[in-house]
Ligand binder design. Sequence first.
Ligand SMILES: Cc1cc2nc3c(=O)[nH]c(=O)nc-3n(C[C@H](O)[C@H](O)[C@H](O)COP(=O)(O)OP(=O)(O)OC[C@H]3O[C@@H](n4cnc5c(N)ncnc54)[C@H](O)[C@@H]3O)c2cc1C
Length: 415
Amino acid sequence: MTAQRSDVLVLGGGVIGLACALYLLRVGRSVTVLEGKTIGSGSSHGNCGTITPSHLPLTAPGTVAKALKWMLKRDAPFYVRPTLDPTLLAWLLRFSARCNARDFAATTRVKTQLLLHSRTLLEALVRDENLQCEFDPSGTFYVYRDEVAFTQSQAEAALLREVGVTVQTLAGDEIRRREPALNTSIVGAHFHPGDARLRPNRYAAELARAVRACGGIIEEQASIQEFQVANEKIVNVKTSRGIFAGNEVVLALGAWSPQVGKQLGLRLPIQPGKGYSITYTRPQLAPVIPMVLKERGVCVTSWASGYRLGSTMEFSGYDRSLNRTRLAALARGAAEYLHEPVGPKIEEEWYGWRPMTYDDLPILGRAPGYRNLSLATGHGMLGVTLSAATGALIAELLSGVSPSLDLKPYAPTRF
Ligand SMILES: Cc1cc2nc3c(=O)[nH]c(=O)nc-3n(C[C@H](O)[C@H](O)[C@H](O)COP(=O)(O)OP(=O)(O)OC[C@H]3O[C@@H](n4cnc5c(N)ncnc54)[C@H](O)[C@@H]3O)c2cc1C
């Protein structure tokens, strides 16, 4: 069987693969995207859709203590299922080692730079490609009910300001005036005017539309099965829909990256960080601005077309169950903060696997041992936010121009 050939093969049709494809097409490359199911059906589907340079890394001092405390609490916002899986245990050990003040500050500095770059590029991409995805430069709120937690959060707000993120701190009555959906228990909030929101499934669909409009090919139901490698180059990729070849290959398989990477001899330290969401029709008193209900770790996003409660972080391997306890915790958490916490009708209950690296930084760059393979994966809790910068940086890398940001902190060789 002869291989179907394009200049670049992108493996994975989530927001990362699609953004890489679009930026590569814009610099004149021919591109085929190979997606095992349908585009945007992975983590890119039911996530919270917030665009958040304000989001600090998960590797904060204290995260491990919290995880240990919550290990027996099955509805905790951060949950590690007790396990003997050696890969997950090794990952958790490395993650714990990163949860110290020095590494956290260093990660925050580099990651925020990438997030801010992506925020700017994403708005321009939505405008230039006319992506109909309910993008709104709304800002986000982080909302608190607990005085002690709110007081402690001032240190995080100060760190964000230090790295260039605008944060406005509001007292309880001020925030309730701006956001009548919140109840009287709220003691304060931080507002991040530089954040934004979009409807993630529409964003993925619109990226795919733009890819096709630029002449890109998207092959769905094309599950990657095998690679033919010669002379440190991927010669072709065998899928369930035939054989494909490219001069360059970009691996953008989200949480599935380690499994496919293994076939190429790559050891990618990515674990699925499972999160849940419930999508409703809009309640009458839906919050105007997307918000994180901090003590419960619940993210609330409303769009003209719907309303979503989401989040929670669970390390339980590639577990496919829809855990009712954790889903119920979303609505229960929201009820503590909002007059009308849920919408009239449930449209979808969902889980997704965030591709989590143990240092909470994405993996971007040339893969070691290969002359034509690049990696664009490990975007963790922020793949939608980071999609535009990732696409732009991969296009720069493959064009041989010097990248607009130093790629060293994200190098696949750092592990
Ligand atoms: C509850 C929740 C809330 C979130 N909220 C936000 C948010 O507010 N803002 C934000 O920026 N990020 C958020 N995220 C994170 C974000 O969803 C991810 O970082 C992002 O979607 C990752 O995109 P991706 O393209 O790398 O992976 P995915 O979207 O998972 O795409 C990978 C693709 O690879 C395909 N694939 C897998 N194996 C194969 C194979 N063998 N052959 C071919 N194709 C294959 C899959 O079908 C899939 O489509 C959230 C995540 C969750 C779970």
